[in-house]
Design a protein around this ligand. Structure first.
Ligand SMILES: O=C(O)CCC(=O)C(=O)O
Length: 216
């Protein structure tokens, strides 16, 4: 039972979102300092950048990546790339703590043997947001998405399979992990405008890590 590693304090509860999706409340809490140290190391090698949408708009959040593939957006479209377009080097290696955490969290929802090969790291400052979207740039949709929240609380927008379905708004807290896959894999989701605040570990920001299987 490797996933006991991540819920040793017994504080994790599973809040269902859909048939094959849930919030694992506090699942990553015991690892928060280690995760922040890994993010700091990633950002040293692949600094935060503000991506442009294919239509030329600046994204609200700043991002970076770790793993075999990194999510990128510019005038050529949304896609995964194997090298950082700024440094022309491979993205920083995915830390084992992230692949292990993602595998264990996915298994909690019944998605066995999830091997993430991409981790998109998003940094939100108060006033920034992420609009409703689907994660659909991956090679296949058979693997789930595992999303880790750190820092300031945020309202997660959890929509349906069509953009027009009104999303639920659910609070995500420092240390929460959201998993969605299977019939819920293409649900629209986003983050409402982040409120002001100061988090003891991260200050006035929220960092989100989404672990995906981007390649075959
Ligand atoms: O910040 C979040 O919790 C969600 C991030 C997200 O939807 C994405 O990176 O596709």
């Amino acid at each position: 039972m490797q996933h006991d590693l991540f819920s040793t304090n017994g504080s994790t509860s599973l809040i269902p979102l859909g048939e094959q999706s849930a919030i694992l409340r506090g699942y990553a809490l015991a690892l928060d300092q280690q995760l922040v140290a890994e993010i700091t190391a990633i950002v040293e090698l692949a600094p935060w950048r503000r991506l442009q949408t294919p239509g030329g708009k600046s994204m609200s959040v700043v991002t970076t990546n770790s793993g075999d593939f990194g999510w990128h957006s510019d005038s050529k479209g949304y896609r995964y790339v194997a090298t950082d377009p700024i440094s022309q080097k491979p993205w920083p290696k995915m830390p084992a703590v992230l692949t292990d955490l993602a595998r264990c969290a996915a298994a909690e929802l019944g998605f066995r043997n999830f091997e993430a090969d991409a981790c998109l790291v998003n940094c939100y400052k108060p006033g920034t947001q992420m609009g409703l979207h689907q994660d659909r740039d991956e090679h296949s949709f058979s693997a789930p998405i595992v999303s880790i929240s750190l820092g300031l609380p945020a309202r997660f927008l959890w929509g349906g399979k069509v953009r027009t379905e009104r999303p639920q708004r659910i609070e995500l807290l420092h240390g929460d992990v959201v998993v969605w896959g299977g019939v819920d894999r293409l649900r629209f989701h986003g983050i409402a405008k982040l409120g002001d605040g100061q988090h003891p570990l991260l200050g006035a920001q929220r960092i989100n890590l989404t672990l995906r299987r981007a390649g075959p």
